[in-house]
Design a protein around this ligand. Sequence first.
Ligand SMILES: *Cc1c(COP(=O)(O)O)cnc(C)c1O
Length: 362
Amino acid sequence: MDFDIQKLIRPHLKSLTPYASARSEFSGTAKVWLDANENAYGTPSSDTTQSYHRYPDPYQKKLKARIGELKGLSTDQIFLGNGSDEAIDLLIRVFCQPGIDNVVTLPPTFGMYEVAASVNDVAVHSAPLLPDYQLDREAVASATDNHTKIIFFCSPNNPTGNLLNPDEIRTFLDSFQGIVVVDEAYIDFSDQPSFIAELKSHPNLVVLHTFSKAWGMASLRLGAAFASTEIINLLNRVKLPYNISTLNQEVALNILLNTGQYQISINQIIRQREWLANALNSLEAVHKVHHSDANFLLVKFEDAPALYQFLVKAGVIVRNRSTVRLCEGGLRITVGTESENQALVKAIRQFENQYLKKSRIA
Ligand SMILES: *Cc1c(COP(=O)(O)O)cnc(C)c1O
């Protein structure tokens, strides 16, 4: 396949000179920093350890070095953003001409692809998943036209929880002349290898990871795009200069050194996922627990809207997906701690006793 990134970029970005921040123009060591209009006297806080008066590293070099180690990548193949949501938005802004280009998504899937496209006035073409939640190759092919710049594959998929068949994704990596995004927000909970290994052979591939899920850093807002150096350079060119705070860079770096703790927590979540799937399967109100390669379960219920309201009243909040096509009757349930999962199952039993039995008698 002859892939030409120059043909994909929005024309006006080819000549755009990015904002050169003080910290990106000079990156050596110095004694006197008078280049960025910071407060040289420090942060006016009584706590002297609170030192936030310098702008952060715009390219997060230390943090990227650690992430590169973990993922087997060089730092110039890594973009870091304010959640992977930032990477999704930037990919659309870099490649899609508003009002002209489009992206392809495979619903039911993560809502941010469509939101980010719509905010940027970029059309969304749908290629719905098959009833077994696998990708429909023909539907994807026919949703794709000359103005399709990006196809978003989400694997494991949110909200269905399953991995997409990697060979099906590969057919598009091999044939599609635009950008193929594989969003692997939940890959840590599956037993499949990451598509990162295929970056070398596929210049059109962008892999998205997030630190919000398995790494437990949702409040920090840290996500990553992995791709060719050319694509990473483009994202860097349009991003806000200081998109990740020093505080977040430092805290994330510390956490990313704890690979032992990370593995323990994933094992716990997977064990709880299996426990919860079994417990739910034994309940009368449950029609189907879908197989999950992620940290949540899509579960079809006898009367999902009523159960959802019942759970809200019981103080247990799950995600109501019952009106989403192919998820009818479905609630998406995040795997919680052991006691949270037990509380959920107990509440569903109460629902069965109070509501289902009554509605059957009536
Ligand atoms: C949670 C999630 C993300 C991550 O979003 P962040 O902005 O990094 O928190 C990305 N993709 C999918 C499919 C998700 O479910």
